[in-house]
Design a binder for this molecule. Structure first.
Ligand code: SAH
Length: 375
């Protein structure tokens, strides 16, 4: 088929067809124009695909037969398949989902009282190489398509339904493998579907994008989306951030903070969620806590301290619990709502920074990046 602007760039499946799952409202509009069909069909299709999760075009009985035939010709529906599935003692469940050419990404379900959060991947590997993150150590292969991103929500929803324990996804965090803003268009299409009332219908408060802070992309995000924003800060000044989050050398704090304020100014959100991984003796002193409070004093903020989750080969160590507590108190005394993330799924390598998937590193072609230790 000839591709439209909207459908352009969506990778075809192996059969050369378009994976319809990844088209958001605008993407479907483009396809419908191309097929000479009425725009309202897009709503019907999104309901079939994302609400009823019916993947057989013949079963979509309120669509005209002729239209269904056109869809069969140009499109198909593919949900990723798990090649590995493990549940932690704490109920966290992790899937390794197979993609084409031997690659795989991880998706994690984290049950909490009254809610269930799905941690979704956006890339195979990650190019940013933050020293404390095992995903970065795998290298980078490629962006996930929008269908592969929303497919993780489809897969998890079905798998949880199959458990029959009443567990379901109420929140999504783009905090799995990869840097979501480095895969801008596909992440936007997928998150659009998450908050679309004709698709997944989640509130914008329940869909969170976590970024290392790619400044130009943050400005673009403010134009096209209004989901919740979490930013991986990890240091209170440029000298230290340059070291532990190397992209800071390109987008330093004096550019990152205004971009975050711009996001708040352009969206209905009241605060930025700052993530701060607690590395023993590196970024966890009292003085650094006070410096962090000074840095953020003019920005509506909630601070989430993340206990460091070690992985083989890392040179960092986790801050002692008492140190995290003290750091948190200093921030709270300075007026910041500060929470400490509970580590979940560590026994299945499903905790923050432990997702390695199965990445064939492009920068090291031919040599497979260490496959998931538990795969
Ligand atoms: N690339 C995005 C999403 C990554 S993961 C980002 O940087 O925000 C989500 C969070 O887990 C980030 O804040 C990341 O810095 C943090 N993280 C990475 N490795 C970690 C580790 N080993 N222990 C604890 N948190 C980690």
């Amino acid at each position: 088929m000839t591709s439209t602007a909207a459908a352009d760039g969506q990778p075809r499946t192996e059969s050369g067809r378009l994976n319809l799952l990844g088209l958001d409202a605008a993407g479907l509009d483009g396809l419908l124009r191309e097929l000479d069909e009425k725009p309202f069909r897009g709503k019907q299709l999104r309901q079939w695909l994302h609400q009823r999760r019916v993947f057989d075009f013949d079963a979509m009985t309120d669509l005209a037969k002729g239209f269904r035939r056109k869809l069969v010709d140009v499109a198909e529906l593919q949900v990723p398949r798990a090649i590995f599935d493990r549940e932690s003692e704490d109920g966290t469940r992790k899937w390794l989902l197979a993609l084409e050419s031997g690659q795989a990404v991880e998706t994690v379900y984290i049950p909490e009282r009254g809610r269930g959060t799905l941690c979704v991947s956006s890339q195979v590997g990650c190019a940013l190489d933050c020293g404390f993150c095992s995903t970065g150590k795998q290298g980078f292969n490629r962006n996930l398509s929008a269908a592969e991103i929303i497919g993780q929500l489809h897969y998890a929803t079905q798998a949880l339904e199959d458990e029959g324990r009443g567990r379901r996804v109420t929140n999504v965090v783009m905090m799995g493998m990869g840097e979501p803003l480095a895969n801008f268009r596909n992440v936007i299409a997928a998150t659009n579907l998450m908050v679309d009332p004709y698709a997944w219908g989640l509130s914008r408060r329940r869909v969170t994008l976590s970024t290392v802070g790619l400044v130009p992309a943050l400005y673009r995000l403010a134009d096209v989306s209004n989901i919740s924003l979490a930013v991986s800060l990890h240091a209170p000044n440029d000298a230290l951030r340059d070291e532990i989050v190397p992209i800071n050398r390109k987008y330093p704090l004096r550019e990152l903070l205004p971009a975050c304020e711009h996001y708040l100014g352009n969206t209905p959100h009241h605060c930025i969620y700052w993530e701060y991984v607690m590395l023993d003796g590196v970024n966890d002193s009292d003085a650094q806590a006070r410096e962090l409070a000074r840095l953020l004093r003019h920005i509506p903020s909630k601070i989430n301290l993340i206990p460091f989750n070690p992985f083989p080969g890392t040179r960092y160590e986790a801050s002692p619990r008492a140190r995290i507590q003290r750091f948190s108190e200093i921030l709270q005394n300075a007026g910041f709502i500060t929470t400490t993330r509970r580590t979940r799924g560590q026994d299945i390598d499903g905790a923050c920074g432990q997702l390695v998937g199965q990445v064939i590193n492009r920068r090291n072609q031919g040599k497979r990046g260490s496959a998931s230790a538990n795969a």
